[in-house]
Design a protein around this ligand. Structure first.
Ligand code: DUC
Ligand code: ZN
Ligand code: ZN
Ligand code: ZN
Length: 460
């Protein structure tokens, strides 16, 4: 099967030109002006932007968490991602403390195998690092193609590891060419504040925010950065939200240390004033919480300074009924918000359209850097001969509004209801196949492939 996309404005992380793209089967064959090749299918992309499929390296699908499961499963979540121009996601496997990594992998596969519409991979969250886990790291990297290991510095008793385990894990992961991801917040400080607010009967969603002040993230980020410096293990801070934490990374660059930083679309667009609206604020109860306007400014600047390399979502949706589990106690509100479908359009509209970032930067942080950092480049994350034909055709001028009544995520509200967007995903191609065409999904569950990743060698 062949496909010719004609006359689009092709954008990669470092190029911008008008050309045709010729695809054979799953792969880009040629890119050039007026190719004049006959193809089975032709798409006219005149006036449209053509960029690589988005990669969201931080999502939680069908995940057991806080006594329930995130409401998008692998089918609904990866389909919604495709509608929004994201062709690949990286989801998180959570080791159960006391059990092996392999047991967790098997459990996650039982939910994800043959159920994904779009492509996917996993990070492995190590929640219990011991002599048994140590022996599994090499196998995960070399046999399973799972090269990134998530750690939690918070959620004690379920997910958190201590610094002694962290150092041991870093040494092992470094040895075999992997990378450590971290949820960097000080779990003990947060647990103290949560208990204090509950004892004082301060139980509204606002106290979720007040239990995780900026310093809890700044402190843990700095500690993590120091531990990666000491061990030499490549490190990646997920969902960084604030100035204090980014300054820890900025300071590290003074000793010529490189730490990768991800922020999420919500931290660029929203702020903590949303928690003042009584229980309505539960929509945005996530960890870390939304921050202040000065933090949003810091993050946009951080992207342009090259300190923040990735914009993800931490997509972890819960229906309103699930959020109501915390109606009388903020600490029981399942943490997370839906955004997998909205990231690419919101980042275009608020970033590129409003002049905060360039088109090339947009592709870099939403597509290319996730592929490079997580060992998939140049198969994923760019438009080039030999790369997977994961392609978004985007109308930069079409306007619309985000609404739960039209989105495809399995959640009954939107965190961005009524938000006006300039720019719209029109056609999405996944490994050579037209997956989304004008609001219709043309691929079935099972089309999405598990992507084995390479050891982490990229310097970006
Ligand atoms: N934060 C969330 O908001 N949800 C899932 C896990 C996390 O760290
Ligand atoms: Zn997290
Ligand atoms: Zn997360
Ligand atoms: Zn849209």
């Amino acid at each position: 099967m062949s496909l010719l996309i004609k006359n689009g404005r092709i954008i990669t992380a470092d190029a911008d030109f008008i050309a045709d793209i010729f695809v054979v089967d799953e792969t880009i064959q040629t890119i050039g002006r007026n190719l004049g090749i006959k193809a089975d299918t032709e798409i006219d992309a005149t006036g449209k932007l053509v960029f690589p499929g988005g990669i969201d390296p931080h999502v939680h699908l069908d995940m057991p968490f806080m006594g329930t499961f995130s409401s998008d499963n692998y089918e609904t979540g990866t389909r919604a991602a495709l509608f929004g121009g994201t062709t690949m996601v990286i989801d998180f496997i959570l080791q159960k403390q006391g059990n092996s990594l392999q047991a967790a992998l098997d459990e996650w596969r039982s939910r994800s195998d043959n159920n994904c519409v779009g492509d996917y991979s996993f990070h492995m969250a190590v929640t219990d690092f011991n002599d048994n886990t140590r022996t599994e790291i090499q196998k995960m990297i070399e046999r399973e193609g799972i090269v990134s290991f998530k750690t939690f510095m918070a959620y004690k008793g379920a997910l958190m590891i201590d610094d002694r385990q962290m150092i041991g894990l870093m040494e092992e992961v470094k040895k075999y060419g992997g990378l450590i991801n971290v949820h960097a917040t000080n779990g003990d400080m947060i647990d103290y504040l949560v208990a204090k607010h509950r004892a004082e009967k301060k139980l509204a969603p606002l106290y979720h925010y007040l239990s995780q002040p900026e310093i809890t993230e700044a402190e843990a980020s700095e500690r993590f950065v120091d531990m990666t410096y000491y061990t030499g293990c490549p490190g990646y801070i997920v969902h960084l939200t604030c100035e204090g934490a980014l300054n820890a990374v900025r300071n590290a660059t003074r000793r010529n240390q490189k730490v990768f930083v991800e922020t999420c679309i919500q931290y660029l667009l929203l702020d903590a004033s949303l928690y003042e609206n009584d229980f309505e604020g539960a929509r945005w109860v996530m960890s870390p919480p939304l921050r202040q306007p000065k933090d949003r400014d810091t993050l946009w600047a951080g992207i342009n300074q090259g300190l923040v390399q990735v914009v993800a979502t931490d997509h972890c949706p819960f229906k309103w009924e699930q959020k109501l589990m915390g109606k009388d106690d903020f600490s029981k509100i399942p943490n997370g918000h839906p955004a997998i479908e909205n990231r690419m359009e919101l980042l275009y509209s608020e970033g590129v359209h409003k002049g905060k970032i360039t088109l090339n930067k947009y592709v870099e942080v939403a597509c290319t850097n996730p592929a490079k950092i997580f060992g998939m480049f140049p198969r994923k994350g760019t438009l080039a001969p030999g790369s997977d034909a994961d392609i978004v055709i985007f109308d930069p001028n079409e306007t619309h509004e985000i609404s739960a009544s039209t989105h495809h995520m399995n959640v009954d509200y939107s965190a961005y209801e009524g938000w006006p967007v300039t720019g719209k995903v029109k056609t999405v191609i996944l490994r050579g196949k037209v997956a989304i065409d004008n609001e219709t999904c043309l691929v079935e569950k099972g089309y999405g492939k598990f992507i084995r990743r390479n050891k982490v060698e990229q310097k970006i």
